[in-house]
Design a protein around this ligand. Sequence first.
Ligand code: HEM
Length: 417
Amino acid sequence: GTALTRRGRECQVEATEILQALFAADAASDPYPRYADLLATGEVCHPTQWSSVVVFGYAAIESVLRDPVFEVQGDTGLDEIFPAWREHPSMSKNSVIDLNGGEHTRVRGLMSRAFSRRRVESLAPAIAATTASLLDDMADRGSGGEPVDFVAQFAFLLPVIVICDLVGIPQADRETFRPLAEDLVAGLIGERRRAEDAVALADDATVRLNDYFTALAGERRKHPRDDLLSQLVHVHDVGDGRLSDAELHDNLRTLVIAGFLTTTHLLSNGLALLLSDPHLAAAMREAEIAVADFVEETLRYEAPVQMTVRRAAAPAELGGIQAAAGTQILLLIGVGNRDPRRFASPDRFDPRRSDAGALSFGGGPHFCLGAALARMEAAIAFPELLARFPAIASAGEARRVPGPAFRGFESLPVTVA
Ligand code: HEM
């Protein structure tokens, strides 16, 4: 008894130290040895002097995501940590990602009808065309052997264009839409995050995007097309369950917030892996590795979204730790993806593994709505990229996204000729 308790407490202290190191500002470049140390301590930890319970084992994360007692935070508790949030348009929280229970089921049902498998698949030709034209631009810029930044010239551009195609934003409006999309996620983009007031940029972009969506919704109301906006407008006007104006706006903005940099990171992580291993790139070129398997393993090995958060709606028990109602639960997805209890040799990149099934798109009722779309973008982009640039190679130092929350690159210079 005593020995066990003592070992438990030592374990806890050790986990706390590892977590503190992981959350230190400069821990981003290679956190994986620390992830392994953390996983060796168990699955769950309540670090001394932290208000959050931290969950990092695969099975524990999965069960939290599926258990309705653990809710998404939405606007609960924002009054305490950010009293002025109601005055900020960008903090409006009526989208799927902020709702729980019956409200979530209703809005998610309407969104997923507009985001059908058929609609996603119908975007494939447009994604291929955009990929080809972005690769043309990269080829022009790099024709004399000059380095080209894959993030700035490709990975940062493709996801926003695809979101435009999905929603039904006309080509002519893309150049209006793009800077607004960038401002909306300004807090997550390196240069801007440092230089400017990200909340003010997001607020301004929110007001302008809402106006833009209202105007475009008016056109689609008169002349419906086969796009996501037309369908949401229909649901807004006559659908069973209906969508309010705020729900329509917030859900459209959520597509940008959730679908932009996440996909950028998937693309840059995948290319970095290919550049670092010539055998892997060769096997992909020879189609010895299925591109879908490569994409899945990239998602597991380098999860773009490294963590998410829940809140205990009632007192709950988590792997022997009691969480009072209101406790914040931090779920370390990127750590769970390296759990040796779930994945054989978790630190080995192996697209042929038979135990696929990463947590990178979450799980349970909030499972990523855009998963099929993101997978398809990557599955189109990587083979095109390898075919188009047989000699693609790293050119100088790549810069990773800082901090522990996301995994991807801010820049990834390559030569293509
Ligand atoms: C939810 C990851 C791409 C739309 C989520 C969640 C994760 C995630 C982890 C769950 C968050 C939670 O439960 O707390 C990713 C990754 C992506 C990606 C890694 C790219 C590789 C996309 C795209 C779109 C999108 C392209 C849409 C254009 C959404 C939406 C939700 C969501 C709407 C909320 C669903 C709900 O709450 O019911 N995503 N995502 N995501 N994602 Fe994605």
